[in-house]
Design a protein around this ligand. Structure first.
Ligand code: CIR
Length: 255
């Protein structure tokens, strides 16, 4: 969670048609844009140099740059997103990453993987199987990670949950913020855990950046829990992007 730089993409007007599992009504474009602007401000305040890419009207979900690629200081990996409507986002972000990273790897084969399913921990990279990341994709991604000198392990996402990181985030080298349903799977046995209060599961996709933790502002009990645990919490509105199943990690790539 120690980073110097981040890449984000401005939401397109088409963001109102973004994918969602349950329709709670379209997000409002101006609302998404405001949440995104506040997110950029928070990344900068946390010490990151933020590069802002232009919007892509043809890809409603392209504001979620975390999904088509993974970045590390050692290099980047281009992913093949699990939902067909998002697959073209990789070709859009590839040249940007090639300009910045000497090593840019591509997954072999035809499997797929979304960045939202990848949790980077100090010892290994966890690859969550989900409707967006299949076994073939996890295998191909694992091979790319090996080339970058990173160990990985494949884990499972609770049924019906969009991404592995919909339900967890790393907030300390050895501590994760996690939903009770994911914690019950035993995947974080070697970690300390902070369990999300019942009813605030959607706060699990928080984002630790340097000395602060970005958390959805509409989750007061989670904010209080983190505050009491000694974290410096930055609450950010996520109500509009939340309508298209997004939280705080999805809107940036960090390294
Ligand atoms: C999607 O379904 O792909 C988008 N509406 C939400 C993606 C959220 N991404 C993430 O959590 N990494």
């Amino acid at each position: 969670y120690r980073f110097n730089a981040a890449l984000v993409r401005e939401p397109s007007r088409s963001v109102v048609r973004g994918l969602r599992a349950v329709d709670q009504g379209d997000p409002d474009y101006d609302g998404v844009a405001a949440e995104h602007a506040a997110y950029i401000d928070a990344l900068e305040a946390a010490g990151l140099a933020v590069t802002v890419l232009p919007p892509l009207e043809a890809f409603p979900d392209s504001v979620f740059v975390e999904d088509p690629a993974l970045v590390f200081s050692a290099g980047a990996i281009l992913l093949r997103p699990g939902n067909a409507t998002r697959r073209g986002e990789t070709a859009q972000i590839a040249p940007v990453l090639r300009r910045r990273f000497e090593t840019v790897l591509e997954m072999s084969g035809t499997g797929y993987a979304d960045g939202g399913d990848i949790l980077v921990t100090p010892d290994h990279v966890m690859i969550g199987l989900s409707a967006r990341t299949n076994a073939a994709g996890a295998g191909a991604l694992g091979a790319c990670l090996t080339k970058l000198g990173l160990a990985s392990k494949t884990v499972t996402t609770p049924p019906g949950v969009l991404h592995f990181k919909t339900d967890c985030s790393l907030i300390e080298e050895n501590c994760v913020l996690v939903t009770a349903r994911l914690e019950a799977s035993g995947v974080f046995e070697e970690f300390e855990t902070l369990i999300l209060p019942q009813g605030e599961e959607a706060a699990a996709n928080a984002l630790r950046i340097n000395d602060v933790v970005l958390v959805g502002a509409q989750f007061p009990r989670t904010i209080e829990m983190l505050d009491q645990a000694g974290y410096s919490v930055v609450p950010l509105a996520t109500e509009q992007i939340g309508r298209i199943d997004a939280g705080l990690s999805c809107m940036s790539l960090r390294w």
